[in-house]
Design a protein around this ligand. Structure first.
Ligand SMILES: [Zn+2]
Length: 353
């Protein structure tokens, strides 16, 4: 009789070369980082204690996915206001890349929300240059490779999105921004609203992704819109595709990467969405595991959350390796670089049986 497949323990998860595809740099800010930024920039939050700021991270659990998302976004945008200078963006991105280095995250695609900064008077140059310089430093110092994704806030107007694309054009042209994403409050802001934005972005050479958050109104419809109207290559979250067999088949045929997040909040006892993510894997979808907003969530960064997800889901080593393979296959990197990362995962194959 064959021995059962080995489960992925913490040591195996640590050894896996990892790629993070769904991460908001503004969502990496922990309460301690927020307090430090508030003091540096003389922001009103500087008068709060660390414990008071930590309290603002206790969101969710309302019983309504829409209300939970709104509460989480309120906490998220509360932190965004603290990022004002080029140094703030540089330091925040560098702190994240340092963590990647410590956890074996070899590659990261980092989303940022320019409209939330430029609308407060922060120049686009300070945002992009600050982030990009950190990426360069992180690559040179730790060998962590990373690229930037410009995320459009879907609760703002199409005109604002188009103006943002225009403003970001010089950085896109020099290759500092690889992709375009769509995030923020999904209620009343379907992907179909942004057809022109995505058409223009495709023309400008952006790689394309968009959020379809979990259990929102019309989630399935929105995933269809993303692939048929926006022409995305990836979908952030997208877990509700499981409700439509035709959609599962479409996503599988297209090889669309779905960046799932089995993250958990402070009030959650354990990783969420794990069974649905397992079902996606079993359907042969290119599903990956990601940390989304590690500073706001109890789950933390990718290297910290993977062992908990593996243990909670009783995932085998082969399954955890497949999540990581899917991430490198869905990453916006050239063929030889991708092949090199995949070979590193293959080196662990003997440990999977
Ligand atoms: Zn996200």
């Amino acid at each position: 009789m064959n021995a059962p497949p080995l489960l992925a323990d913490a040591a195996f998860c640590a050894a896996l070369p990892k790629a993070e595809l769904h991460l908001h740099i503004e969502g990496t800010l922990t309460p301690a980082q927020k307090l430090a930024l508030a003091r540096r920039n003389r922001h009103a939050m500087a008068s709060m204690t660390l414990e008071q700021i930590e309290q603002t991270h206790h969101f969710g659990g309302s019983g309504s996915p829409e209300v939970d998302l709104k509460q989480m976004l309120d906490c998220y945008y509360g932190g965004i206001e603290l990022l004002s200078t080029r140094s703030d963006f540089f330091d925040t991105a560098l702190a994240y890349l340092d963590q990647c280095h410590r956890e074996g995250v070899r590659y990261a695609e980092i989303s940022f929300d320019p409209q939330a900064h430029t609308s407060r008077g922060v120049p686009m140059a300070d945002v992009v240059v600050g982030l990009y310089e950190a990426l360069q430093y992180g690559r040179a110092t730790w060998g962590v490779q990373a690229q930037l994704i410009l995320c459009i806030n879907r609760d703002r107007s199409v005109d604002s999105a188009l103006a943002t694309l225009d403003e970001a054009a010089p950085y896109r042209e020099c290759g500092w921004i690889v992709g375009l994403g769509l995030d923020s409050n999904e209620a009343g802001n379907p992907p179909s609203k942004f057809v022109e934005v995505y058409r223009r972005a495709r023309e400008q050479g952006y790689r394309l992704t968009a959020h379809c958050d979990v259990d929102q109104v019309d989630s399935v419809k929105h995933i269809w819109q993303c692939i048929e109207l926006l022409g995305v290559e990836r979908i952030d979250h997208g877990i509700n595709c499981l409700e439509d067999p035709d959609l599962i088949e479409q996503l599988r045929q297209r090889g669309t990467c779905l960046t799932a997040c089995p993250t958990w909040r402070l009030r959650d006892p354990q990783p969420r969405r794990v069974e649905r993510i397992r079902a996606m894997l079993q359907h042969g979808l290119r599903v990956t595991i990601n940390s989304d907003d590690p500073g706001l969530l109890a789950s933390g960064t990718l290297g910290r959350m993977l062992p908990r997800v593996a243990a909670h889901g009783r995932f085998t080593r082969a399954e955890m390796a497949q999540f990581c393979r899917n991430a490198f296959q869905g990453a916006w990197i050239d063929g030889p670089t991708q092949a090199a990362y995949l070979r590193q995962i293959d080196f662990l194959k003997p440990a999977c049986v």
